[in-house]
Ligand binder design. Structure first.
Ligand SMILES: Nc1nc2c(c(=O)[nH]1)N[C@H]1C(S)=C(S)[C@@H](COP(=O)(O)O)O[C@H]1N2
Ligand SMILES: [Mo]
Length: 299
């Protein structure tokens, strides 16, 4: 029997094949000691050996409600988003607040690659080769004070560029947050690209958060404001349904969403469902952040 698959253009297949081969090549060089860890940003910190999800799926099956609630809406409408010039306001409990241009934000941070699983709360997942840098490296530049217990992030608001904002499907701006120790954890990442290329609008250009051990909705896109705050910030999803979308949102197969189980997931491109892993497979690195916490209450 033939299984119907989405068609992938020849150019994109080639693109993907070249990308995988380049990775294999660099892995070989690294393996025989031709490249130091420092000279191998592409592979340092690779979080998984699982096959990366094809570029077309990563960029054509998205959640980005600012462009509509359908999975194809972001790819269709993200061309409306103007990512240059772009600036990010940093404020709250820090010694060096300010409004920075995208160039100011990115300049001190050379590209690193991180291959991370992304598990959506809806029950699907992908493996995405991001380009970017650790969130902690960015946050430290602003010298957060001891009052900075949490970090709040906001996405751009502009219904002309983001037509989905003409409807109140969520509270705009899309707002998310992390506890400061989660934000400073080495796995927390600012992505500016994927598959070795600039980040497409539908994936959150020009810069977005990636927190791989949490459900995808924590990984806020197209960030324009970062605030150091003392209280746990409200979030857009938490406001819309507090019983369904908790602040922590750590991937947890043992805690069901009120309307569905979280035991299994469908990896995009695969047929048989996979078991969902505690902390999305990153338990060894992050479980200690939550020692002593009741993860059913703090879902
Ligand atoms: N601003 C904003 N960020 C967002 C969303 C959104 O609707 N708006 N959706 C979230 C959800 S639910 C998921 S699963 C991921 C999807 O990221 P991807 O489209 O790059 O795979 O983005 C998250 N970040
Ligand atoms: Mo999601």
């Amino acid at each position: 029997m033939l299984i119907k698959r989405p068609t992938i253009s020849e150019a994109q297949v080639t693109d993907y094949a070249i990308y995988q081969r380049r990775r294999e090549f660099l892995k070989t060089l690294g393996g025989i000691g031709l490249l130091s860890a420092a000279g191998l940003p592409l592979l340092a910190n690779a979080a998984t050996d699982e096959a990366s999800t094809p570029y077309d799926d990563i960029t054509q099956y998205n959640n980005f409600y600012e462009f509509g609630t359908g999975k194809e809406d972001p790819a269709k409408h993200a061309h409306l988003l103007k990512t240059s010039p772009w600036s990010v306001t940093v404020d709250g409990a820090c010694a060096k607040p300010g409004k920075l241009t995208l160039e100011d934000i990115l300049k001190p941070h050379p590209d690193q690659e991180r291959i991370y699983r992304l598990r959506c709360v809806e029950g699907w997942s992908m493996v995405i080769p991001w380009l970017g840098f650790p969130l902690a490296d960015l946050l430290k530049r602003f010298e957060p004070t001891s009052q900075a217990k949490y970090v709040r992030f906001e996405t751009l608001v502009d219904p002309k560029q983001m037509p989905g904002q003409k409807r109140q499907v969520l509270e705009w701006p899309y707002t998310e947050g992390l506890r400061i120790d989660e934000a400073m954890h080495p796995l927390s990442f600012i992505a500016t690209g994927l598959y070795g290329k600039a980040l497409p609008g539908q994936n959150g250009a020009p810069l977005r958060l990636v927190v791989p051990w949490k459900y995808g909705f924590k990984s806020i896109k197209s960030i324009v404001r970062i605030s150091f705050v003392e209280q746990e910030p409200h979030t857009s999803w938490g406001r819309s349904a507090p019983d369904e979308y908790g602040f922590y949102a750590n991937v947890n197969p043992d805690v069901d969403h009120p309307r569905w189980s979280q035991r299994k997931e469908r990896r995009i491109g695969e047929f048989r469902k996979r078991d969902t892993l505690a902390f999305n497979g990153y338990a060894e690195q992050v479980a200690s952040l939550y020692s002593g916490m009741d993860l059913r209450k703090n879902f």
